[in-house]
Design a protein around this ligand. Structure first.
Ligand code: SDX
Length: 435
């Protein structure tokens, strides 16, 4: 019967070591016993950007990149997008099971009644220039919440954790809407507890003056589905940032603000904004071949934004659902003229050896921006629309990390490549720098 172990022979010493294989992994720490002598620190694993390193065990989200599978707590994303709602998915991600109606009602009531922010948040946000990027405003304001809720530092207390998580989920749309209104020079609209999570957000964005704003049900449903699709995605860059910062036992507002910062990057959640700029830069389907040539011919400085993924080496299942949602939204808003370029770009890329060989397919960001623009959002708001739902995933992953007895403060090692030990040189004895 084959054993679940790895036998390693160190050819420097001839010694062999037997290392257990658990969950398809070896504990990298087991390599430390492999030494050439007593003063040897022992072997480490070296894995820049964690291409092949699991930093945690998690029961929240499962992805199969080759098969294009995404499941939240075992439920396929396609079924949740079709049958569930964002707040029900939020409950599922946080608690591990779909709620009974009374539990969902209670959760919805709690979130609805925590949407207000302290009045001082408004003056804090008013300090930004008119042209501040809303993601910068979001990251700073979420971090500032840490100062408004000092009890949040009791991260070992489940009741405290849950109230902070509720506040984060509830207040993210309010802060996002305030960021939008600030950049548009419009007065802030306060949350309306009589509205659904998405309708309340759209109203805080769109309402002008005292007129009531009627949210179109198709757009409300579309944004709710988009929020479901963006809620969690296992150990992506921003979630890893939240887990890493949270591992120092800082409060969840400080940890989640780190996630907002990571998501802002154009290689991550900022890609939906970059896709729109790319489509605009292309301008017409006749210009696509030339653009593709620049992407293929360059040194990687020009990418096909919205394409490719560290895990998905097939079509991102979320992109498939988003394409269906786009059709429904465009029925109401009119088709986004950039859609024609996007569809043709996808068609050409999926036939091009460069992209096929590298298994580059449309990801979640390729079509989402087209929908957001059709709904009237400017491109700077697109990553903010990603951050709102991803707050649920960040919180669920943060709490799982806090409760995981195997986790401790994250502190990786390094491979030192700098100068050897040397003595201080007086100013007048220093050699002039090499030209
Ligand atoms: C998200 O991790 C997650 O789960 C993230 C996310 C989530 O829900 O949290 O799914 C959300 O961030 C989606 C990704 C959004 N980003 C983009 O659309 C930006 C464009 N995509 C790329 O920058 C890239 O595909 C990444 C960053 C998404 C993934 O990059 P990897 O896994 O580090 O792969 P790589 O950069 O090493 O690329 C491998 C090869 C390289 O070519 P060679 O060196 O082999 O010649 O593929 C090329 C890359 O140059 N390549 C691309 C490309 N993506 C990779 N070439 C052109 N266009 C692209 N988009």
């Amino acid at each position: 019967m084959p054993k679940d172990t790895l036998t390693i022979t160190d050819n420097r010493t001839g010694k062999t070591y037997e290392v257990p294989i658990e969950n398809g992994c070896i504990r990298t720490h087991a390599l430390r016993q492999i030494k050439t002598g007593d003063d040897d620190f022992g072997l480490m694993g070296y894995d820049p950007a964690f291409l092949n390193t699991a930093n945690c065990k998690s029961a929240i989200t499962f992805i199969d990149g080759d098969k294009g599978i995404l499941e939240y707590r075992g439920y396929p994303i396609e079924q949740l997008a079709e049958k569930s709602s964002f707040l029900e998915v939020a409950y599922l991600l946080l608690n591990g099971e779909l709620p009974q109606q009374k539990d969902l009602d209670q959760f919805t009531h709690l979130v609805t009644h925590h949407t207000l922010v302290h009045e001082n948040i408004k003056s804090f946000m008013d300090g930004f220039r008119y042209d501040a990027h809303p993601m910068s405003m979001l990251a700073s304001t979420v971090a500032a919440l840490s100062a408004f809720y000092p009890d949040a530092k009791h991260t070992r207390d489940e009741r405290s954790r849950r109230i902070q998580i509720t506040r984060l989920i509830a207040k993210m749309p309010t802060i996002a809407a305030f960021s939008y209104r600030h950049t548009m020079g419009l007065p802030y609209i306060y949350p309306d507890n009589d509205l659904s999570y998405v309708a309340n957000f759209l109203t805080m964005i769109k309402r002008i003056g005292t007129t009531t704003y009627k949210v179109h049900p198709v757009l409300e449903k579309a944004l709710d589905v988009l929020f479901i699709l963006h809620a969690d995605h296992e150990q992506n860059c921003s979630t890893t940032s939240v887990r890493t910062v949270g591992s120092s036992e800082v409060d969840p507002y400080s940890a989640v603000s780190a996630g907002v910062g990571a998501l802002y990057g154009p290689l991550h959640g900022g890609a939906n904004e970059a896709v729109l700029r790319m489509l605009r830069e292309i301008g017409h389907i006749s210009k696509i071949p030339d653009f593709i040539k620049q992407v293929k011919g360059g040194e990687g400085e020009k990418k096909l934004m919205g394409f490719g993924h560290r895990v998905y080496k097939s079509y991102d299942p979320r992109a498939k659902v988003i394409k269906r949602v786009a059709d429904e939204v465009f029925e109401v808003t009119g088709k986004n003229p950039l859609l024609e370029i996007a569809l043709e770009l996808e068609r050409i890329a999926l036939e091009d050896e460069y992209f096929v060989k590298r298994k580059l397919y449309p990801n979640v960001d390729f079509y989402s921006g087209l929908i957001y623009e059709a709904m009237g959002f400017q491109a700077e708001m697109f990553p903010v629309l990603f951050a709102i739902p991803r707050t649920v995933g960040w919180c669920a992953q943060w709490e799982e990390m806090v409760k995981d007895s195997e986790q401790k403060i994250a502190r990786p090692r390094q491979v030192y490549t700098g100068s050897g030990r040397r003595d201080y040189i007086a100013m007048d004895k220093r050699p002039s720098p090499q030209k």
